[in-house]
Design a protein around this ligand. Structure first.
Ligand code: HEM
Length: 491
């Protein structure tokens, strides 16, 4: 027998791989510290299981069904537990909790923004620096920029659709205004989506196309970290301004405007700017030194990525819920008109309800001392997560009708509403909660409100006004075909 034959080599190679796989299965099932927790077999032995459901776009529903079967804690990857009970959020997302490697780093260049920093101590330093740009008083100064963009958007909708009666897809128009606002407050120039009435440079398409690979990379992080170090990873998995992808285009746009700003500063013509870029340029670190340019670039990119689709999806979800239920629409309009007459526009209850839709996981590492979860022990270093979509449907918190869109939920009992606020994961939680929340809420209060005051939208398909899409952990809507009628001003 020829021991050097390719067949023998292949057989030995296969046997080795099989042995490694079997060893891993036995270890994860029987000896791993999380093996006492219930969950699907394949989920407990490989991250491919969760990745598969993420790509199949049924991750949220599958995890929810597992909780119904097994209770409040389920093992969804060999090293990750999912918790569905909303009251556990403060225990998981406490301020000393580190983010897990699910937050893949280095994908947008070497310098990281605040979002992906894993260590809570390093994050606390970043957060101190970001506190001033994101403070409520700074966001309030940006309000005129937000207002200008909303007015331009309304005027465009009026000219193109209300005046002509033309049917159009509302879904991208919700994104256009959100992107223009965020780039205006980011660096003082709207992308121009509203002006051009189209997806400029295919940016939105490019970003949406990138969501699935990002969902995969986050869920397969040991593999992702390995491949990113290879030539293939460097070339295809790390975004750069030279790329034609959505993020590459975004980076080029950012770099051009930042370079222009530094020129304006040198020429003494940048005075009076009130956008994020200017506040980051003027910010100082703990030693009183200006921030590194690469860090400023990373933070500005984060604003564009974290602050556009999120807000647009919330607006689209509001439209979906309001247009599919005449009673909800009538009640909302009565409320808006009464408030307009009284010149007292208070927050609309619908908002609270629609915002509870972030269908993603935000894993944290269990800190020193471990964590007791309903009598089972998760040791230090285990990954524990809540999926916002799942916890915000927790019947223990929201009742048996948790799946229903019912704005009254937030109004009937103020005590309960306070509890919902306390245990909400919509904008994240605690020390790592969303820094853009004030801006998002300002936009989400103003844009739909002005829209509904100006127009009566009519859905082409009132039963299902838009198509819900789930890509890589981010939700958005498409095919939201409507017509607009002008509304007479309420006096
Ligand atoms: C409806 C709109 C929005 C939603 C639902 C939302 C949701 C979230 C969530 C869930 C997190 C925490 C993620 C985690 O724990 O890993 C987060 C973090 C963050 N968001 Fe938002 N966001 C929104 C809008 C915005 C906007 C408009 C901006 C910026 C202008 C922004 C900037 C950030 C930043 C910088 C962080 C990281 C904070 C940190 O790690 O300290 N977000 N957001």
């Amino acid at each position: 027998m020829n021991w050097l034959s390719p067949i023998i080599f292949l057989a030995v190679g296969l046997a080795y791989v099989l042995w490694k796989v079997l060893r891993q299965i036995v270890y994860y099932r029987l000896f791993h510290p999380l093996s006492a927790f219930p969950g699907p077999f394949w989920g407990s032995v490989t991250r491919l299981w969760l990745t598969y459901h993420n790509v199949k776009e049924d991750e949220c529903e599958v995890v929810q069904a597992l909780h119904r079967k097994h209770g409040p804690v389920v093992r969804i990857t060999p090293t990750m537990l999912s918790v569905s009970n909303a009251t556990k959020i403060p225990v998981i997302y406490h301020r000393f909790a580190d983010k897990s490697k699910h937050y893949i780093t280095g994908s947008f260049g070497k310098t990281e923004s605040i979002f992906n920093v894993e260590d809570h101590r390093v994050h606390a330093r970043y957060r101190k620096i970001a506190a001033a740009p994101y403070s409520f008083s700074n966001i309030k100064r940006m309000e005129p920029l937000v207002d200008e963009n909303i007015s331009r958007w309304l005027a465009k909708l009026d000219e193109r659709f209300a005046a002509t009666g033309e049917r159009f897809d509302f879904a991208p128009w919700a994104i256009y205004v959100a992107y223009d606002v965020v780039s205006e407050v980011g660096f003082g120039a709207p992308f121009g989506f509203v002006e051009q009435g189209r997806d400029v440079d295919g940016l939105i398409r490019g970003l949406h196309d990138g969501l699935v690979p990002f969902g995969i990379m986050a869920r397969l992080y040991p593999f992702t970290n390995w491949i990113k170090k290879t030539w293939v990873g460097e070339k295809y998995l790390v975004a750069s301004p030279e790329h034609d992808s959505g993020i590459g285009v975004l980076m080029r746009f950012r770099d051009r405007l930042i370079a222009q700003r530094y020129k304006d500063i040198e020429a003494g013509t940048a005075g009076g700017r009130i956008d994020f870029l200017q506040t980051f340029i003027e910010a100082r670190d703990e030693d009183g030194k200006p921030l590194d340019l690469e860090y400023i670039k990373a933070e500005i990119l984060l604003i564009l990525l974290a602050g556009s689709d999120t807000t647009a999806t919330a607006f689209q979800a509001l439209m979906q819920n309001v247009l599919s239920d005449d009673a909800v629409y009538e009640k909302m309009m009565a409320e808006i008109d009464a408030a307009t007459r009284e010149k007292k526009l208070s927050a609309m209850p619908q908002y609270e309800e629609v915002l509870e839709h972030s269908p993603n996981i935000f894993p944290r590492l269990v800190s020193k001392g471990g964590l007791d979860l309903y009598g089972r022990f998760a040791p230090e270093g285990s990954e524990v997560t809540c999926n916002a979509w799942v916890v915000q449907r927790d019947p223990g918190m929201y009742g048996l009708d948790a799946e229903e869109f019912r704005p009254e939920r937030w109004l009937d009992d103020p005590e309960k509403a306070r509890e919902y606020q306390k245990y909400s994961l919509t904008f994240g939680y605690g020390a790592r909660g969303c820094l853009g929340k004030d801006l998002a809420q300002m936009e989400l209060f103003k844009t739909p409100l002005q829209f509904f005051r100006a127009f009566t939208p009519r859905a082409a398909n009132p039963k299902v006004p838009g198509r819900y899409q789930y890509k890589g952990g981010i939700a958005f809507f498409t095919d939201m075909w409507i017509t607009l009628d002008r509304r007479a001003p309420v006096v």
